[in-house]
Design a protein around this ligand. Sequence first.
Ligand code: ADP
Length: 612
Amino acid sequence: MGKWEILDQFYLIRDYCRAGYRKVVLCAAGISLLDGVRPFITTVLLGYLLDAVYEGAPFGRLLRIALTALGLECLCYCMSSILSEIHNQKHDYIYEQQNGLLNKRLLTMDYKYLEDPNTHTMLHTIRNAGTDHGLIGLVLEDWKDFFQALTAIVTAVVIAFPLFTQVNPLREGFLNSWLASLLLFVVIAGLVYFSFRVDIRYGKRIRRSHQKRAADESLLEYYMGIFESSERQKDLRLYGQRRLVQEQTDAASGRVQKEVDAEAALAAKEEIVRRAATALIGLFVYLFAGLRAYLGLITIGSVVTYAAGIVQMSEAMADLMSVIASIRTHAPYCHDYAKFRKLGSRKEEGKKVPEYGPGSRFHVEFDHVSFHYPGSSEEVIHDLSLSFDTGKKMAIVGKNGSGKTTFIKLLCRLYDVTEGCIRVNGVDIREYDYEAYCDLLAVVFQDFRIFAFEVGENIAGSGEMDEARVREALDKAGLAERAKTMEQGLHTFVGKEYDESGVNFSGGERQKMAIARAIYKDAPFVIMDEPTAALDPVSEYEVYAGFDRMVGKKTALYISHRLASCRFCQDILVFDRGKVIQRGSHDELIEKDGMYRELWNAQAQYYRRIDR
Ligand code: ADP
């Protein structure tokens, strides 16, 4: 564990305190103090009681001592129980809270991190660390045990200190010497250290085994997603891949089981060694204290107090070592959490707000922009420089993989450029407030998602919808007739996952909903990436024909592999291998020898063949 990794755990605890879990943390601290001190109350008062009996004290005094022990023990127990009650009330939901914090981070982090496999490995580690109470439960438990053990050690040292220091100057003998006390101390320290090393060694082995199964667990999670999804099962069934997935799942769960068994065996061995070391310490201390009492150096009551105190201390020390080992074992998870929570929110840095009103124009400029995806060295956009003014229809065409979607993703700030700069109205788009910048854009991606919410909520992007505007958007996207047949109207659920009366809309209907969502947003830029891919020819025609009606006078960037559908755009950009190699209107481009004409002819030929 690095020197500063301990701080990761405090960040984690601090985040939970800020998220309303301060009470849980304070209660945990109180419980550890009380539980640390409690065992010593009986130990000390039992010593007093024995001495009093030995001295022939009256019954009243004996009763007072016994009642004091009982009272104090009861008080500690009650206080600890009250704190536990308060602690557990909120602690039971801590895993949900953990997921809430992680999800919030996932929703706000830079998009590029969502595609980074490291992010998912981190997330998996964090989510799977600990059991019912998640990583935070694990860390709180560690620190609770740490403070409990520390309190017990400090209390035991205070109580048992005289055993080592009481030497009678009038008597001779090795047992009455400082050397004997020192020797006992060294033996205890040696056994505790041995126990600690064992913990560390086993902890490392357990951690290795845990890491080994993390990849398989991740794989199993992926397979579970396949089993539960009717969409994915479709391909699985049709291509006879059920057996393949079943075999892979069985193999992965077999490997996980093997590692879990190995971890349990290691934990059991570790416990045996720890208990043996504690028993040995007890043996030496009782022997030492007993012989000192036999020589008359200490009273019988002190033998019980000191010996029990030291045994408890050695147990507390072993616990402390074990908890330190556990803190070290869990440190990498917390380190992942610390890394995860720091994952980019650079998009929050910009503060400028783009100013616009109805009919506002924007000047967009790509200035020597290059880009490669995170984790890939292959440049997808090469030194791209172009500019355009909004207020017209533009199309982007090109072969698959030529960088069209990436161009849009950069414009939408899903990724930051690797080199160069994108400006809108002369301002680097990174300087704009991210949310305010996003308000400028309404995008329909090829891989759009319509969620299992109500239709209206999907279109409005919120539970609070302007029903008239939602209907208008549905109408413009060509869904007016379909909307009329929905029994629950705009409150009809998409899909049946969460509502039996929900409707399984077709791919084309979902695509129209995605278009309606973009229309409802009423942003000055409308970007459509293959917006008709899932539509039937009639719907496709309707979308083209109604395109002007849909976007009005707004700027529309339109990506399509069907060149015929781009003819209505005044400005066409032809992409090839991350560069714009041609630009102009359809009439201009078709005249020139180049990629556009090549693509046009290829498609025209294809359609002619179909016609025949
Ligand atoms: P187009 O939209 O023109 O079909 P894209 O912009 O989607 O092309 O892709 C351009 C190139 O970038 C392709 O080679 C593709 O494999 C690569 N690419 C796309 N998305 C990613 C990603 N998330 N990570 C790495 N490479 C990607």
